[in-house]
Design a binder for this molecule. Structure first.
Ligand code: ATP
Ligand code: MG
Length: 428
């Protein structure tokens, strides 16, 4: 006997009723994007592997160990399932010269793939909603991106999400800091864990981000990037802070916020919560002024963020903020399978008028009694039962019953099938 097939570990099916939460969140996000005049961009799920190696950096977690990279069997091309979308969006912007007539505000939504250890809030296929503002030097637009997220938390009613910000300065400032950091860490080499030793010369900034408690004191005493920033970088950071302050958006400055990708500079930020266990970052991003040139485009300043949709939904659930599932408007009760053709006509009249209609259809176990169909009608959450009994249909009519009022307290009404559209419009 063959083993039952299952989904790939860390990759989830999203099915009813939970899928309704996804659809709801997606529609809220689209509305938010419209409110901020961001326009949708859709890029392929698969990209040339080189795109991510060049943009994210060789010695990042993603490129080192999380990418689903493979060779196209037919032509040998090196391909990768996208682990994130910023690189793809920038690639597309360069390829189609998107910023030739001015800067662009773009948003995307969709699955990303990273080979990580699956756990709560961490999957191998997960979904991000993200913003990219291309061609803006900021810091006004950096602040706008942050407002988008905090407005979203407010609109959803979410509590307890903290904003952390930092500045990574510019590459020359980072180079100076890097030297000082390597000197400091080398002087304390005995206190470094394996991971830190490995990163000491490749990506020492990431050591500051360590989760190892034994190294906290060491990293607390390390040279701070902020002390190496020049006037222009400091002014950019202050500019962002001024706009946030003036608008009452609270934040903490986290000097150890360095982000996972190499392409960031100046402003970086994360929205974090303590309510999701170890995976507490809901939304994260920053400025990446060097990325266009890094992958072969004209230098173009840009900033963006990405939000983990699974984590956001989990947090909404934690705080009991997911909406009640709405039922259809009408449940069509069909006592006799033989009347299917005229029942279908009644359903179409209603649907063409805009009603949401659930039609009872005969299953393997037959049509089901009136009583059981009414039970299902009530359970469906529908407001109206449209009863297609023999007598009614013979008169070219259906009987309509309001399921929200107690039995017997309201007469059923009879409506001509040809007038069902008008009846529905009268209810609205
Ligand atoms: P983490 O530190 O949690 O690994 P990250 O820095 O790798 O996050 P980003 O690449 O900045 O994450 O992605 C932005 C957001 O996407 C994260 O803040 C998180 O909400 C979400 N995210 C990232 N990786 C995963 C994953 N494997 N499963 C679910 N959501 C994820
Ligand atoms: Mg990660």
């Amino acid at each position: 006997m063959s083993k039952t097939l299952q989904a790939v570990k860390g990759m989830n099916d999203i099915a009813p009723p939970h899928s309704a939460n996804w659809e709801w969140l997606e529609s809220v996000l689209r509305e938010m994007a419209q409110g901020y005049a961001f326009r949708n961009v859709r890029t392929p799920i698969v990209e040339p592997t080189g795109l991510f190696v060049r943009s994210l950096g060789e010695v990042t977690d993603i490129v080192e160990k999380e990418m689903y990279a493979f060779e196209d069997k037919l032509n040998g091309e090196a391909l990768t399932l996208r682990p994130e979308a910023t690189a793809s969006v920038v690639r597309a912007a360069i390829e189609h010269n998107m910023v030739y007539d001015g800067p662009k505000r773009l948003y995307y939504m969709g699955p990303m793939f990273r080979h990580e250890r699956p756990q709560r809030g961490r999957y191998r296929q997960f979904h991000q909603f993200g913003l990219e503002a291309l061609g803006f030097a900021g810091p006004d637009v950096d602040a706008e991106l942050i407002f988008f997220a905090s407005d979203l938390w407010q609109r959803l009613g979410l509590q307890g999400i903290e904003l952390q910000i930092n500045s990574l300065g510019q590459p020359p400032e980072r180079a100076q800091h890097r030297e000082a950091l390597i000197a400091y860490l080398s002087a304390h080499a005995d206190q470094l864990d394996e991971d830190a030793k490995r990163r000491l010369h490749s990506n020492p900034l990431r050591i500051l981000d360590t989760k190892n408690p034994a190294m906290q004191a060491l990293v607390d005493g390390a040279p701070r990037l902020m002390d190496y920033l020049g006037e222009a970088s400091l002014a950019h950071f202050q500019g962002l802070r001024d706009i946030l302050d003036a608008n009452g958006v609270a934040y903490t400055i986290n000097p150890r916020l360095v982000r996972g990708m190499d392409y960031y500079n100046l402003s970086v930020f994360e929205f974090v919560t303590t309510q999701l266990g170890a995976q507490g970052t809901v939304c994260a991003g920053g400025r990446y002024d060097g990325l266009f040139a890094q992958i072969g485009g004209k230098p173009t300043p840009a900033v963006g963020w990405a939000m983990g949709m699974e984590r956001l939904l989990e947090l909404l659930k934690e705080q009991s903020l997911l909406p009640e599932l709405a039922g259809p408007d009408c449940f069509v009760v069909v006592p006799d399978a033989g009347s299917a053709a005229v029942v279908a006509q009644a359903c179409r009249q209603l649907r063409l008028a805009g009603a949401q209609v659930h039609m009872h259809a005969g299953g393997a176990d037959g049509q089901g009694s009136m009583k059981s169909q009414f039970k299902r009608a009530n359970a469906s959450g529908a407001r109206w039962a449209i009863v297609c009994g023999q007598d009614e249909l013979a008169a070219g009519q259906v009987a309509i019953k309001d399921l929200r009022v107690a039995d017997g307290s309201v007469e059923q009404v009879r409506v001509d099938i040809t007038r069902l559209g008008d009846w529905w419009r009268e209810q609205a």
